[in-house]
Write a protein that binds this ligand. Structure first.
Ligand code: GLU
Length: 277
């Protein structure tokens, strides 16, 4: 069985890099006789816009990609994410954090601390709000919740592993290289890491194909899958499409937007040729 997905956030136009990811996943699903799903990662409602979502559907259909309906939208899934958070809370693995970014900067930039350590989500949390023992009582609502990474890693009965292309990867030392990641924010009931893990499992995703900018986050996802009793898909992180100066493409880079190529008269085969596909 082969089920993969393309999960864009409707925060700007799709550019060549998105097209590369989507076409790779679609072609692989076709070759394997599997399924290609489209999922809309619209959890951050402050940045997502309906017009970008319309453009995503339109651009992907223009590229001759197809997917089954209905399309899953993360904004409809908050109760499911909260249930997953409750499971982690009941295991004593998450805690409430009231630190602002400025608090974290201040705590990690004290002269005796040396240079702040960076993980996949930026500065590694210094642990200011981490309780010595698991918090008791019901899980608090509308607050930031962090994973107690050291406690979570101590709970594992066997090493974490996952498959990246044909290699077996064993993430290690997550408390020091990743730290206590945010799983819910005050203004957003679940973080990217939590929602992507729950959605991939609920959609039966067997293969995740996405850009190598997310490679470092994968160890967090594999850990969450283990803690939540969810299966781990196989991963393939592809190289990023870069501009002539070697910079990775960003959503604001309108020159590389698929919509711009369309207006300029390019065909879907021209886009595939540009991407070396
Ligand atoms: N929504 C994420 C993005 O646009 C991708 C999520 C994923 O593939 O795991 O970067």
């Amino acid at each position: 069985m082969f089920i993969t997905r393309f999960a864009p956030s409707p925060t700007g136009p799709l550019h060549l890099g998105h097209a590369y990811s989507a076409i790779l996943a679609y072609d692989r699903a076709q070759a394997e006789g599997g399924t290609f799903l489209l999922r809309i990662d619209d959890l951050d409602q402050t940045r997502c816009r309906p017009e970008w979502e319309v453009q995503i559907f339109d651009d992907l259909a223009w590229l001759w990609l197809g997917w089954p309906l209905p399309v899953l939208r993360q904004s409809t899934r908050l109760p499911r994410y909260r249930a997953a958070l409750k499971s982690l809370w009941n295991q004593g693995l998450i805690y409430q954090c009231s630190c602002s970014r400025a608090d974290i900067r201040a705590a990690t930039s004290a002269p005796q601390e040396g240079a702040p350590l960076l993980g996949p989500d930026g500065v590694i949390y210094p642990g200011t709000c981490r309780p010595a023992t698991p918090p008791q009582g019901p899980m608090p609502e509308e607050c930031a919740l962090r994973l107690d990474m050291a406690r979570a890693c101590r709970m594992l009965s066997s090493p974490l592993i996952y498959k990246e292309k044909d290699e077996i990867i064993t993430p290690h030392d997550l408390p020091h290289t990743v730290g206590d990641v945010v799983l819910a924010r005050r203004e957003m009931g679940a973080s990217y890491h939590l929602s992507v893990v729950v959605d991939d499992a609920d959609q039966g995703i067997t293969h995740v194909i996405r850009g190598e900018d997310l490679q470092e986050a994968t160890q967090i996802h594999v850990l969450l899958q283990r803690l939540l009793g969810l299966p781990t898909p196989a991963y393939h992180h592809h190289a990023l499409i870069r501009d002539a100066a070697g910079r990775r493409l960003a959503k604001r880079d309108d020159a590389r937007a698929i919509a711009t190529y369309r207006v300029d008269g390019a065909s879907p085969s021209d886009i595939r040729a540009l991407l070396g596909l």
